[in-house]
Design a protein around this ligand. Structure first.
Ligand code: DAK
Length: 274
């Protein structure tokens, strides 16, 4: 693959969008390769994914404006569908996906981060939906996901004004879960860049998730996602079914037996699935 890097270790997979010369902008090839990478994730071993961008400057600076500039209406629709299909695949991916946002997350970049379950960012991150300044609407789900994440009023303000916001404001409005800064020693020298700190924190969180019972974690993701699209009566039924689905699994039997076992010296074993 030309634009996507993928590595997996210890139950955690890291996908890096690797097109730093164009600030990791999403062209058709990046979207196709991302789609293919997701299809290749080995779900029997990988329990949490991290999505990030190459370089210190940008997570994803949006859809590729050069490629979009000459699209006809039909081609624009097809490009939108390609992006939407991949973003939806991420959103409904069986295991959690953490976006590690290292720098610009504009337009399609903000939108792809919102298709992930959790957003962590470096303190140089910039979020925004600048589309109306380009003569288009957000086309990869921005109008829908931003409104669901930060509320309709704040989403409308950000989208209508096309104003970019920095990490502290993104944190304040609930767009990101946590912001990470560079580490410096006593002399003021940077010992770890914000991106290094961010990636380490994302990996730590992913490893924590990967240690928990995999079927239960997957079912929690599905319950939250499906429930948010339903009314409360239906949402509770969705939860009931996914809760029930955990019973008789090896993990549920072991997890509860471990809690009930009074032997203080016991050591918790990794969950096995099934
Ligand atoms: N597309 C293509 N190339 C990009 C790019 C982008 N979005 N963003 C940056 N680049 C390229 C620049 O052209 C430049 O390339 P060279 O000139 O070196 O060849 C290189 O990356 C470095 O960028 P700059 O030189 O501009 O770097 P600066 O530090 O000066 O500025 C910046 C960084 C992020 C502020 C600036 O690059 C910028 O404003 N970029 C555009 C950000 C933006 O507007 N993003 C939103 C794109 S619109 C839809 C489907 C999808 C969408 C909409 C509708 N439907 C089908 C309905 C999605 C839309 C978008 O995402």
């Amino acid at each position: 693959m030309e634009y996507i890097l993928y590595e997996a270790a210890g139950g955690v997979g890291v996908i890096t969008i690797n097109r730093p010369k164009a600030l990791n902008a999403l062209n058709s090839q990046v979207l196709d390769e991302l789609n293919e990478t997701l299809d290749q994730v080995d779900l029997s071993t990988v329990r949490c994914l991290i999505l990030t961008g190459a370089g210190e400057k940008s997570f994803v600076a949006g859809a590729d404006i050069g490629e979009m500039s000459t699209l006809t209406k039909e081609q624009g629709e097809a490009f939108g569908k390609k992006g939407n299909d991949v973003f939806r695949k991420l959103e409904t991916f069986p295991i959690p996906v953490i976006a590690a946002v290292n720098g610009f997350a504009l337009g399609g970049g903000c939108e792809i981060s919102m298709s992930c379950d959790i957003r962590l960012c470096s303190d140089n991150a910039v979020f925004g939906q600048p589309e109306v300044g380009l003569g288009i609407t957000p086309g990869f789900g921005g109008t829908q996901r931003l409104a669901r994440l930060v509320g309709a009023g704040m989403a409308k303000q950000l989208i209508y004004t096309a104003r970019n916001i920095k990490a502290p404001e993104a944190y304040r409005i609930g767009l990101v879960n946590e912001v990470f800064s560079a580490e410096v020693d006593e002399a003021g020298n940077v010992t770890k860049t914000a991106q290094e700190v961010l990636l380490a924190a994302a990996k730590k969180m992913a490893a924590t998730i990967a240690k928990n019972a995999p079927i239960a974690v997957r079912n929690c993701k599905k319950a939250i996602n499906d429930g948010l699209d339903a009314n409360m009566d239906d949402a509770i039924v969705i939860e009931e079914k996914l809760f029930g689905d955990c019973f008789e699994t090896q993990d549920q039997v072991y997890g509860m037996a471990f809690f009930l076992d009074k032997n203080k010296d016991k050591v918790k074993e990794p969950f096995k699935n099934a």
